[in-house]
Design a protein around this ligand. Sequence first.
Ligand SMILES: Cc1cc2nc3c(=O)[nH]c(=O)nc-3n(C[C@H](O)[C@H](O)[C@H](O)COP(=O)(O)OP(=O)(O)OC[C@H]3O[C@@H](n4cnc5c(N)ncnc54)[C@H](O)[C@@H]3O)c2cc1C
Length: 392
Amino acid sequence: MSNHSYDVAVVGAGVFGAWTAYQLSRAGAAVLLIDAYGPANSRASSGGESRIIRMGYGQDSIYTRMSQSSFASWQELFARINRPQLFQQTGVLWLAREKDSYCEATLKTFQQNNVKFERLEQGELKRRYPQLELDQISWGILEPDSGILMARQAVQAVVAEAIGSGVAYLAAAIRPVDNGEERQTTSQSKLESIWTTSGDEIVAGKFIFACGPWLPKLFPGLLGGLIHVTRQEVFFLGVPAGDDRFSSPGMPTWMDINELIYCLPNLDNRGFKIAIDKHGPQFDPDTGERIVNPESISAIRTYLTRRVPLLAEAPVVESRVCQYENTSNGDFLIDRHPGFENAWLVGGGSGHGFKHGPAVGEHVALLISGSAKGELRFGLATKEQVQQRKVF
Ligand SMILES: Cc1cc2nc3c(=O)[nH]c(=O)nc-3n(C[C@H](O)[C@H](O)[C@H](O)COP(=O)(O)OP(=O)(O)OC[C@H]3O[C@@H](n4cnc5c(N)ncnc54)[C@H](O)[C@@H]3O)c2cc1C
């Protein structure tokens, strides 16, 4: 490796690294993409079956606009590679309480950004979705064009496209870059190379670290306290035989934002998916055991008894343990490393990053070429040690 120099080495082939490598290569750079376990592997945050793409973000319109632009890029990619089924247009429904500042702000953002939506009053919700009990729900917002990205397959498709456009791919694990000491200095030097755990040196002009929940392991001194990795559980429940009320289009994807729960219809016959968005306990992405807790199963059954009684006793047919890599408030981390003028940190997806892969990749490509300024909200300086989630 040491005798081959690339313009850019991207470490991490999750959704952020894959799109970044792809966009850089399309812009003409010689790119090396490296991953320890493979694109969208079982441990990666991007490794799930499905991820929601929605435009609603309350008052955080920056993410609405990124989602709009990413949506177009995903669609364009899937059309070009002739795999339109990697996006499933289920619609995304927001369940709102009578006074609901998040959903009210979402409506405003939709109007300002020309997002297609329908406001549905309780009667209309009941008529369209008789499978849902509307306990505490007074109205809703439907994003008819939004839906689900088939996550793992989509990332693998981006990596295949990236390789097709000239990106070199290397299966290797990169050693930690900082030695665990907190950096006090703001003076910048150049990062000449990085090293794999098997002792190969990788030389490149610029380095991008898109290592998701592993970022604190590569930079324990800098990011140890700034990215909080939490264990998150996902359940797939078997739907009743011959019953299409839990499949699209009978059931949309829906967000019960006030209860921090979201659900997906039965896609690809994997079952009805339900997940708890509340942050779980701390988790190690390498060594963490990925077996769900029985208490979580009872919690989702208690919830379903109120919201979808027909599925309250449905069997768990599959489950997954994944992790969020949370910044203090949920804003992404996309910034230059304070100690290296030619290294950038890209992560902090915080449980909502997947959909934004294309916009993140595009932003990073412009950022490192000097054609765009960093977004303040993504800056390292705005990240705190104490968790106070603001972006949902
Ligand atoms: C249960 C769950 C549900 C979610 N739901 C949604 C959703 O509905 N919509 C949405 O938009 N987002 C959602 N997200 C968030 C989204 O999945 C993440 O924000 C996104 O996948 C993060 O991507 P990433 O590329 O930053 O990280 P990752 O996908 O984790 O990729 C990092 C990669 O870096 C590699 N790596 C790490 N260390 C090294 C090393 N030392 N050397 C080489 N390679 C290394 C890893 O192997 C990995 O492949 C969800 C997340 C979870 C866990």
